[in-house]
Write a new protein. Structure first.
Length: 301
């Protein structure tokens, strides 16, 4: 495994931000860490990057303890922070060459520019770049040393749709090269599209993890509002789940959906249903259900 954590804990004063987090990421795998602000995501990423100490538990990245991995460890990882301090006076190409000098085998600048969507911008001053272009430069800087593990903290913030898709292709290319990618994101679409596995962190605890499609589940939801659910047949009533003002029934395939809809029509009748929606649960549905009791008290964690 490229990344292994076991029972990692971290407190700030009396507030325990991480409460025994255990995760693994294999080489060639993308893990998306999801969670509301204040859940502990950035703290966990910073511990794995070696930028913050943990109070207890074990953490290994490429076999190194990030807390004391030193230069040999840092040469093998790449990092995209939520925000980075770039020297605005330098040119784009100069910035990549400067950072590349810290690595034993830096990748060619021209290759990085193309990969990050910055081709033709080598001579541009950093201060003249748009927000999205600066974010692409930060992504290119994370890849300078040809890393084996890449940490991406909200990597596509400020990207327009085309730039976001280009960044997604880049993450796919990293996976294909056998790189492990540990990313945080608030975009459920991004997590579903990129991640082999997602983990949901709530109040410092991983409350769910697995492939996105497995978390959202294979079932099709039939969700409706009615004046009363007492008109349901015993069979449907046994399957029904009340969710607020909605009644929810689940079916495994399209044939089962049609059978339920026919039975529902016979029991309740068209006049008894105010609203009817049929569709699969999304990763966002699952995420909102897991985090519904959490309040966003802080930013950037």
């Amino acid at each position: 495994m490229a990344i292994v954590t076991s029972a990692v804990r971290k407190s700030y004063g009396r507030r325990e931000v991480l409460r025994g987090v255990s995760l693994t990421v294999a080489s060639g795998e993308v893990l998306a860490l999801l969670g509301p602000n204040g859940a502990g995501k950035t703290t966990l990423v910073e511990i794995l990057e070696g930028h913050r100490s943990r109070d207890s538990g074990d953490a290994k990245v490429l076999g190194f303890d990030p807390a004391n991995g030193g230069r040999r460890f840092r040469e093998r990882i790449g990092i995209v922070l939520q925000s980075a301090g770039l020297d605005r006076r330098l040119r784009v190409g100069e910035t990549l060459e400067l950072v590349g000098g810290y690595y034993p085998r830096p990748r060619p600048v021209d290759e990085l520019l193309v990969e990050a969507g910055l081709a033709g911008l080598a001579d541009r001053r950093v201060r003249t770049l748009s927000g999205g272009e600066r974010r692409r430069l930060e992504l290119a800087l994370a890849l300078v040393g040809d890393p084996e593990v890449v940490f991406l903290d909200e990597p596509t913030t400020g990207f327009d749709p085309a730039a976001r898709r280009a960044a997604w292709r880049l993450v796919g290319a990293l996976r294909a090269r056998g790189c492990a990618v540990f990313m945080t994101t608030h975009s459920m679409e991004e997590a579903h599209h990129l991640a082999d596995r997602v983990a949901v962190l709530v109040d410092g605890v991983v409350v769910a993890s697995g492939p996105p499609d497995h978390l959202s589940g294979p079932d099709i939801e039939i969700r409706f509002s009615a004046d009363s659910s007492r008109g349901l047949s015993p069979g449907l009533a046994a399957l029904a789940v009340v969710d607020g003002s909605d009644t929810v029934l689940r079916a495994g395939d399209a044939d089962a959906v049609m059978a339920i809809l026919r039975e529902l029509y016979d029991c309740v009748g068209p006049g008894g249903i105010r609203e009817l929606r049929v569709g699969r649960r999304t990763l966002e549905d699952v995420y909102l259900r897991l985090t519904e009791n959490e309040m966003d008290l802080t930013d950037g964690d």
